[in-house]
Design a protein around this ligand. Structure first.
Ligand code: ADP
Ligand code: MG
Length: 348
């Protein structure tokens, strides 16, 4: 063939495009679950029960007692960019819910089989819809069901062999799922969470409705940590932030760091904050030992982009350095004051 001959540009098939886009939003079972959890919390649920099989790859099911989805919305709810949470672009400045792009359910339907069973308070029965590639596979059917929504995701990545191969073992995926559920449970103590493997009566995570942050930290991480933590807070009116949380003290060195950060109720990471706090603790802890931190930071929605992309775990926000500095100061003063007979460890 002629070496000067240019390659032909073709439009990708729509199902290929959708599958690629979906793969960017849903990277592994744990982040599919995170999206579903946030939907249940947005729907004001107080009980959220999760069942998984094979690390969520075979089955990922979440049952909540929230508002439910209106029957007439079931035909479009899994299409891309359908949402009940955002109408105008400006709403992004004030939005308080987790979701807004209407991408999670749609994305899942492109890489898995998705079933919704849902009942609102006003309907006499529940309705069931089976979805594929954003669309209902057959008309919605009435069925039995309690108020709320049950979403079942089966055979995740059945049509994306490369993604399936790149994932960890089902056990490791299960650990990641348990981690997400545990952290949301700690952050949402008024909601009762359970996580179990299918056909097992034992729960991997179980928290009570109307519990407390400390109670749930105890449930998840054990009573030793729960005894060693104390509340910490920081706020600043000009920087427009409030931070509440729990921190381990200087007398409780841990082998492994636990750093749980929620910004505007979304589980995120901030390397910058993590680094600064590690440094502070290093002055008070024996070398190589770590801390427990659960921090809930509320920032003006318009100053932070936590919602910009569903998988965007690492976040940045306006006045980041100044806010981090305030948080650092409040934690440091607690550490400095926690024990007058404390030992100083010199860094080598
Ligand atoms: P988003 O959360 O960004 O709106 P999703 O694709 O996650 O997009 O969900 C689409 C819509 O489906 C939501 O806006 C909401 O109206 C509805 N929905 C999804 N899950 C639930 C649920 N568990 N309870 C009630 N409504 C839900
Ligand atoms: Mg959502």
């Amino acid at each position: 063939s002629n070496v000067n001959c240019p390659a032909v540009v073709k439009k990708l098939d729509k199902t290929v495009v959708n599958r690629i886009a979906a793969g960017e939003v849903i990277q592994r079972p744990a982040n599919a679950l995170k999206e579903l959890l946030e939907n249940s919390l947005d729907a004001k649920s107080t009980i959220i029960n999760i069942t998984v099989k094979n690390g969520g790859l075979k089955l990922l099911q979440i049952q909540d007692n929230g508002t439910g989805i209106r029957k007439e919305d079931l035909s479009i709810v899994c299409e891309r960019f359908t949402t009940s949470k955002l109408v105008q672009f400006e709403d992004l400045n004030t939005i308080e819910t987790f979701g807004f792009r209407g991408e999670a359910l749609a994305s899942i339907t492109h890489v898995a089989h998705l079933t919704i069973v849902t009942k609102t308070a006003t309907e006499p029965c529940a309705y069931k819809g089976l979805y594929e590639d954003g669309k209902l596979k057959e008309p919605v059917k009435p069925c039995a069901g309690n108020q709320g929504t049950q979403i079942t995701v089966e055979d995740l990545f059945y049509n994306v062999a490369t993604r399936r191969k790149s994932l960890r073992s089902p056990n490791e995926e299960h650990v990641k799922i348990a981690d997400v559920v545990s952290k949301y449970a700690i952050h949402n103590p008024t909601v009762g969470f359970t996580l179990r493997k299918q056909n097992e009566s034992n729960t991997d995570v179980k928290t009570n409705i109307n519990s407390s942050h400390v109670e749930n930290i105890k449930t998840v991480y054990g009573s030793n940590i729960a005894k060693a933590i104390e509340p910490v807070e920081a706020k600043d009116e000009t920087l427009k932030f409030v931070m509440n949380g729990y921190m381990s003290n200087a007398n409780y060195p841990m082998k492994k760091a636990i750093f749980i950060l929620f910004i505007n109720n979304r589980l995120v990471d901030s390397q910058a904050l993590r680094k600064v706090l590690e440094q502070v603790y290093s002055l008070y802890l024996p070398k190589g030992m770590h801390s427990f931190l659960y921090l809930s930071l509320k920032i003006e929605p318009k100053n932070v982009d936590v919602n910009v992309h569903p998988t965007k775990h690492e976040v940045h926000f306006l006045h980041e350095d100044a806010i981090i500095d305030k948080i650092k100061n409040s934690i440091e003063s607690k550490l400095a004051g926690c024990n007058t007979s404390r030992i100083f460890y010199t860094q080598t």
